[in-house]
Design a binder for this molecule. Structure first.
Ligand SMILES: NC(=O)c1ccc[n+]([C@@H]2O[C@H](COP(=O)([O-])OP(=O)(O)OC[C@H]3O[C@@H](n4cnc5c(N)ncnc54)[C@H](O)[C@@H]3O)[C@@H](O)[C@H]2O)c1
Length: 347
């Protein structure tokens, strides 16, 4: 039998969850609650039950799971109220705004004996999955470093995302996804973090950032989000001991160049306007293989499927509490680094 889910916060992402739940094979929609009357009315006009208060929603014994899709500053308060009412809770990202707040949420879930996780839906993006598949297959050898970028040119949205007290800023918004993806590829053993912010269209919160994450084993990630980039740099670039992988855009396939012979006797120099270079001469098919890898299969419905199996005690939840702690800690250390002018901050 499908589990009944209610969504709190019926805005852009709440709307996505509602559609998604209505097309799910494991959950069904009980209804929504939004603090704004007009959003409740909109839901009703679409044939969706809108509870008139959070208390009324949480008192409904048929609801087993609550998805929280409000602005970031109220995730904690709503998640804890739902856990205390005996509901399993899926919080939108970022799960919350500080490590202390996350610990309070985890404690509430342990006390209630209910599942609590965060919606890291971008673990189902095929660009990330292609990179992870390459790591897992080992076909280009041990990873050296990974660069992950999202570049837009429309500035930061003009809603709550541009305001600090609501948990605005691109680090909390896109950063939390890209950090999670990078750590899923490199492991969660972080050594240190360095970060700088952009304030091009917004003074109050970061409207872009550059973040270096150094891992204890020497690997590293560079993560960059920009909202004032009229030409976007590639989505993913990964160097490994036997090759390099590139995804230019999230609609594109992953291109791989794999080294098959390190030494080459005859290198044809490249002639530039001002001189010659052999060091930087491109390779040819004698020493490298070049190919594309198929886009991996992905179904984002697997997120809710896993959540339901976790409620039933049949699987571990996809995004664990320790993973949530580490990803949020990277964000906290990044803020600390920014305050110290971009200095390295140890974990
Ligand atoms: N995982 C993803 O891909 C993804 C994408 C976009 C947004 N999000 C996350 O989803 C959440 C919502 O973002 P959004 O873009 O939908 O914002 P939004 O502004 O479009 O919607 C938020 C809704 O929450 C309502 N709300 C505010 N306070 C409330 C409260 N105390 N109780 C009930 N309702 C309340 C607002 O009235 C609004 O309708 C954020 O945490 C955001 O980070 C996740």
């Amino acid at each position: 039998m499908k589990k009944k889910v209610a969504v709190i916060g019926y805005g852009g992402m709440g709307g996505w969850h509602v559609d998604h739940i209505q097309n799910s094979d494991v959950v069904e929609l009980a209804g929504i609650y939004d603090i704004k009357e007009e959003r409740q009315e909109l839901a009703r006009s679409r044939g969706i039950r809108a509870y008139s208060s959070r208390e009324e929603l949480l008192a409904d014994p048929e609801i087993e799971m609550v998805t929280v899709a409000t602005p970031n500053d109220v995730h904690e308060e709503i998640a804890i109220a739902a856990l205390e009412a005996g509901k399993n809770v899926l919080s939108e990202k970022p799960v919350t705004l500080s490590l202390e707040s996350l610990e309070r949420m985890i404690a509430a879930s342990k006390k209630a004996g209910k599942i609590f996780s965060v919606h890291q839906n971008r673990r189902f993006d095929v660009d990330y999955l292609a990179m992870k598949k390459l790591r897992d297959s080992g076909e280009i050898g041990e990873i050296i470093n990974i660069e992950s970028r999202i570049h837009g040119s429309r500035g930061i949205p003009s809603d709550w995302r541009g305001i600090k007290k609501y948990g605005g800023g691109m680090l909390y918004d896109w950063g939390i996804h890209l950090i999670d993806q990078a750590l899923m590829i490199l492991g969660f053993d972080v050594d240190s973090v360095r970060c700088t912010f952009d304030h091009i269209t917004n003074e109050e919160v970061d409207d872009g950032f550059k973040l270096f994450i150094d891992m204890k084993d020497g690997k590293n990630a560079f993560i960059e989000v920009g909202t004032y980039n009229f030409i976007a740099m590639p989505r993913f670039y990964m160097r490994a001991k036997s090759g390099t992988a590139l995804i230019t855009d999230w609609r594109e396939k992953c291109r791989v160049v794999k080294c098959k012979a390190w030494h080459e006797s005859d290198v044809l120099p490249v002639e530039t306007a001002a001189g010659l270079t052999k060091t930087m001469a491109p390779r040819d098919s004698i020493t490298v293989d070049e190919y594309e890898i198929e886009r991996p299969q992905s179904d984002v419905h697997d997120y809710y499927r896993n959540f339901v199996r976790a409620i039933d005690g049949k699987e571990e939840q996809l995004v664990t509490h320790d993973q949530m702690r580490t990803v949020l800690k990277v964000i906290m250390k990044a803020f600390e680094s920014v305050e110290r002018g971009g200095d390295r901050v140890y974990f």
